[in-house]
Design a protein around this ligand. Structure first.
Ligand SMILES: [Fe+2]
Length: 314
């Protein structure tokens, strides 16, 4: 018999593209260069790709197309040593406050980011981060999948005094505060890559939900991916849409149902906070909020430019 039985169903496929916070574990050994340095300790939960960790063989992680997505957890008093890499990387703060420093020639600009703020670390710029606040930081990191070369450390505590490593390479008096009107070239450069949630315009879609564009037209100009914060009120949903690239929806607050359709078959799954669905390119999908509370959703789309999607109310 030549009858072919499908090895996976659409439901299996959706399940394989769903990352559930409670099914995953934080990995405290994701970054070998931190080993032996308690002050650098951080944990990573991988959803899509390895995201800067060499652990590319993790089978509980989805394969990346144009971007990776992971959560990073870091406790007060800890920091990440100043480094640079060939891929660009964005930090979206979920909880807590994170100081991010950019370094050039021994001078550093530091910005304090709060919940729903984001920074995009441009390629080849020295950057590090530190938790000075009283609560741990949870953030989502996405990197593009350009060239997965290991990071180059500029001020690692292996080679430099801890004091200097903690300030990302700035000697006393060489740290500047982030200032959008600052005259220093490094302040001006960073200003283009910091997104404050409260500064971005809130766009109302006719379909009845809001978008704040972080990366893409109206946000940070970029040629790799689009990143948006969505607000989906109770009882709002959209009709099926298709993109030429993949997208990922991670719920930050509330709950959201994501649905897929293929050959007339329909499957849906409900996401809660820190759950994610990655929808492959070309797959018909939609979302709706059936709960009483609004949903806040972090959305990453595998291309920065116009993808022709028009959201229509369901
Ligand atoms: Fe980095």
């Amino acid at each position: 018999m030549n009858v072919q039985t499908p090895t996976t169903t659409l439901a299996d496929d959706l399940k394989a593209h769903t990352g559930r916070f409670t099914d995953k574990v934080f990995d405290w050994n994701a970054f070998p260069s931190n080993a032996g340095f308690e002050e650098l300790a951080r944990a990573q939960m991988r959803y899509i790709g390895a995201g800067g960790s060499p652990k590319v063989g993790d089978t509980s992680t989805m394969k990346p197309d144009h971007f990776t997505l992971s959560l990073i957890y870091k406790e007060p008093g800890h920091y990440a040593a100043c480094h640079s890499h060939e891929i660009e990387e964005s930090f979206l703060i979920i909880d807590g406050a994170l100081i991010v420093g950019w370094e050039k020639d021994g001078e550093v600009v530091e910005v304090n980011l709060g919940p729903k703020d984001m920074i995009l670390n441009v390629r080849e710029i020295g950057h590090g981060f530190r938790v000075d606040g009283v609560e741990p930081v949870m953030m989502s990191i996405s990197v593009d999948v350009g060239k997965p070369l290991p990071p180059v450390y500029h001020y690692h505590p292996k080679e430099h005094p801890t004091e200097l490593a903690r300030t990302f390479g700035a000697q006393p008096g060489k740290t500047m505060k982030f200032d959008r009107n600052g005259s220093h070239p490094l302040q001006q450069l960073m200003s283009k890559y910091v997104v404050r949630h409260h500064e971005q315009p809130t766009l109302w879609e006719d379909a009845g939900f809001t978008r704040k564009v972080y990366v893409g037209e109206g946000g940070i100009e970029n040629d790799t991916c689009r990143k948006e914060m969505w607000g989906v009120p109770s009882r709002v949903g959209v009709k099926p849409f298709v993109r030429p690239v993949e997208d990922a929806l991670m719920v930050l607050e509330g709950a959201l149902i994501v649905g897929w359709e293929e050959n007339g078959e329909i499957v849906e799954t409900e996401l809660g906070p820190r759950d994610l669905v990655k929808t492959p390119a070309g797959r018909k999908h939609w979302f709706r909020n059936v709960s009483a509370a609004p949903a806040t959703v972090w959305s990453v789309i595998g291309q920065s430019g116009e993808d022709g999607v028009k959201y229509e109310a369901a």
